[in-house]
Design a binder for this molecule. Structure first.
Ligand code: CP
Length: 327
């Protein structure tokens, strides 16, 4: 089938079932119905955390995390999620240096070894496509926590959940993706997920050296999602419901540091820009930020990026519960 199924012009649920989920590798795995079901589980997770009572939903289960790239939010929210659900965690941060990868072990062998000990694996790797390779090698559920410039599917899930919560809808929203759209895996994953919803318009605002890749534009066109590449952030900011700012990813420029210098600092979200936005609009950012949102924006109610980071805990609790218990 090409493109989403439609009923009276509205994108409808496809066949996917959340309870059939076995691994999380890319955001386009989730159709609209699966997302709606995941949101219901996520709301339950919010209630569990808010109640503050001890939870034993995942008692007896162990999560193993393998992080080959740095992380604050993803790793710690996954670990917190498992703890909040009564499960346990074993963890390798800086896996390139502190695991047997340093001795030459392959990713496949590392995963096949870890699955002897744990019930679910969370992997962050530096190569696009590595999550698929690892998931194919694993016989326990594997969740990608980001694969190089490829995708960051759980970030997209928490982003879309945040949009639903903050704006009250996802259909008929205007969303600006800003910054490093060539290397930014969060922007790519979010674009895929947004294409599942109706009458979403995407604006891509990026420096010339890091414009959004053609594969995303082709996917959006094929799936009936309107998009436009624009240069003027100020005009777009006044129009959109969601301004999704991203960091210029210095670590991905390799032998072209001059391109990083061209891109860095071109699009800054500051108080003046945010004041021009609609009252009910929000500024999101997957974080970390390195100057592309100025700190005085933080006190504006439209600055939702720390609330967004908190939603990461709830979404990851929901994913772990779904994968280890069914939903
Ligand atoms: N958003 C995100 O992936 O942050 P970390 O790199 O800190 O995990």
């Amino acid at each position: 089938r090409s493109g989403p199924r439609r009923r009276r012009g509205v994108k409808v649920r496809a066949e996917g079932k959340l309870s059939d989920l076995t691994s999380v590798v890319e955001s386009q795995q989730f159709d609209r119905g699966m997302l709606e079901d995941l949101f219901e589980v996520t709301k339950e997770m919010e209630r569990i955390v808010e109640d503050g009572a001890e939870c034993s939903l995942l008692a007896g289960k162990v999560m193993g995390t393998l992080f080959y790239e740095p992380s604050t939010r993803t790793r710690l929210s996954f670990e917190t999620a498992m703890c909040r659900l009564g499960g346990k965690v074993v963890s390798t941060e800086n896996a390139r240096e502190f695991s047997s990868v340093a001795k030459g072990e392959t990713l496949e062998d590392t995963v096949r070894t870890l699955e002897q000990y744990v019930d679910v694996i969370v992997l962050r790797h530096f190569q696009a496509g590595s999550a698929r390779i690892a998931a194919d090698a694993a016989s326990v559920p594997l969740i990608s926590a980001g694969d190089g410039p490829g995708q960051h599917p759980t970030q997209a899930l928490l982003d879309i959940y945040t949009i639903q919560k903050e704006i009250g809808r996802i259909d008929e929203t205007k969303v600006a993706l800003v910054g490093d759209l060539a290397n930014g895996r969060t922007a790519r994953s979010l674009a895929y997920v947004l294409s599942k919803f109706d009458k979403v318009k995407l604006y891509f605002v990026a420096p010339d050296v890091v414009r959004i890749n053609q594969d995303i534009k082709d996917h959006l066109t094929k799936n009936g999602c309107e998009w436009e590449e624009v240069n003027d952030l100020a005009t777009v900011a006044a129009e959109v419901d969601v301004l999704y700012q991203t960091r210029i990813q210095k670590e991905r420029f390799g032998d072209k540091p001059e391109d990083y210098e061209k891109a860095q600092g071109k699009y800054i979200v500051d108080k003046k820009l945010v004041t021009s936005m609609k009252k009910g609009a929000v500024v999101l950012h997957p974080l970390p930020r390195v100057g592309e949102i100025t700190p005085e924006v933080d006190s504006d109610p439209r600055a939702a990026y720390f609330r967004q980071a908190k939603n990461g805990l709830y979404i990851r609790m929901a994913l772990l519960t779904t994968l280890l218990k069914g939903n």
